[in-house]
Write a protein that binds this ligand. Structure first.
Ligand SMILES: NC(=O)c1ccc[n+]([C@@H]2O[C@H](COP(=O)([O-])OP(=O)(O)OC[C@H]3O[C@@H](n4cnc5c(N)ncnc54)[C@H](OP(=O)(O)O)[C@@H]3O)[C@@H](O)[C@H]2O)c1
Length: 349
């Protein structure tokens, strides 16, 4: 018997990628694909790749609470409310928003709001029994156990996923306070809603930074980097491509740390991982190679002149950066093989 899933926010970019992935999942069926303003509209009107008669459902919390797992792919405001209600009803939830990724204090700092349910804020260590931060590869894979046991999984942000995968295995080797992360994302990272600065005429042929020095993902990267990272600098950029995300992370190496130490730490963390691939020295990852997949490719070089390590990492912002990772987490929550429905490799060229 298939597990029954619901998607809230199925009319958004993260939600519709979940619809695409779950269409091919052998053990999870989509019982509810709910939208907000688009409820009742045919799915194919918005997304021509999903032909057929199915329409977006309305959001009904009681109906969602009966399902085996619910994906929340909505803004963090409604996700706070729905996530808490479903958690309290005992329903397994994977939330793609930032509602539960930080501590209550961190949420107040970076989102400027009082967290209505501090007991469900994953960044507060005391409450990690039913809530988990959903980056399975973190802590050399040890965070999987917390995800499996959780009721509510806070799926990481797209930039934090790429930055944390790049840096987490290296934090024993780098100088605290020296981390700088430069991120670049395709425009689907900003969601489906029409915004002036995302019009083709604005974006095409352009490259620009935004959000520095206090983009909200800065706090999430700092919270989930192991050890004492110290404050980090993070600057995201908007790139004229529909999907794909690349981060370049720089950090000063501690005295005596060699390129072989860096290489060894990354391979020890990821050689057994199904979705994270360390490229050979001299190769650099391409966003296009990850499109449509749940993969992450990364590579590190050590600059002997500056004594800095430079790690470049590519993901699909809608894949490992959102829907793919959410499905990986749902597989863990449902005790399925973590890779189920996620075996597609990227489309290239
Ligand atoms: N895009 C990415 O690359 C990415 C990556 C990681 C995480 N995320 C996070 O994932 C979430 C969804 O992002 P997205 O890019 O998919 O956004 P999006 O394309 O703008 O879609 C937003 C979705 O939320 C629904 N929605 C809006 N207001 C709602 C409300 N009050 N109650 C319930 N649903 C509501 C919308 O429904 P209607 O269309 O019917 O109004 C739509 O389905 C966000 O929290 C975002 O931060 C996105």
């Amino acid at each position: 018997m298939a597990y029954r899933a619901g998607i809230v926010g199925a009319s958004g970019y993260g939600g519709v990628e979940l619809v695409r992935l779950l269409s091919a999942h052998p053990a999870i069926e989509m019982s509810v694909i709910a939208a907000h303003a688009q409820a009742g509209e045919p799915v194919s009107t918005l997304f021509p790749n999903l032909a057929g008669d199915r329409r977006f459902d309305a959001i009904d919390t009681d109906q969602l609470a009966e399902l085996d797992v619910v994906f929340l792919a909505a803004p963090h405001g409604p996700a706070l409310e729905l996530g808490a209600a479903l958690h309290d009803a005992g329903t397994k939830v994977v939330d793609l928003s930032a509602a539960f990724r930080l501590s209550a204090d961190g949420f107040a700092t970076w989102y400027g709001e009082v967290h209505p349910r501090p007991d469900l804020a994953a960044g507060d260590d005391a409450h990690l029994t039913t809530v988990a931060y959903g980056l399975p590869e973190l802590d050399r894979g040890a965070s999987r156990a917390a995800i499996r046991d959780a009721t509510l999984v806070a799926n990481p942000g797209c930039y934090p996923t790429s930055a944390l995968l790049s840096l987490a295995p290296l934090m024993d080797h780098v100088v605290p306070g020296s981390v700088v992360v430069d991120g670049k994302s395709g425009t689907s990272g900003a969601g489906r809603a029409a915004k002036d600065h995302l019009h083709f005429a604005h974006v095409d042929g352009d490259l620009t930074a935004y959000g520095a020095p206090a983009h909200r993902h800065t706090g999430e990267i700092e919270r989930w980097l192991p050890g004492e990272s110290g404050p980090i600098s993070f600057t995201p950029h908007l790139v004229p491509m529909p999907r794909g995300l690349l981060t370049t992370a720089y950090a000063a190496l501690q005295e005596g740390v060699s390129a072989a130490d860096v290489d060894g730490a990354l391979h020890a963390a990821y050689d057994h991982e199904p979705f994270v691939h360390v490229l050979p020295a001299g190769s650099f990852p391409h966003t296009k190679a990850l499109a449509g997949s749940n993969g992450c490719q990364l590579s590190a070089v050590v600059d002997p002149r500056t004594r800095r390590v430079v790690v470049t990492s590519a993901i699909d912002n809608l894949g490992k950066g959102a829907a793919g990772q959410a499905l990986q987490n749902a597989n863990l929550l449902l005790d399925l093989d973590e890779t189920t429905g996620l075996s597609a490799i990227g489309m290239y060229p």
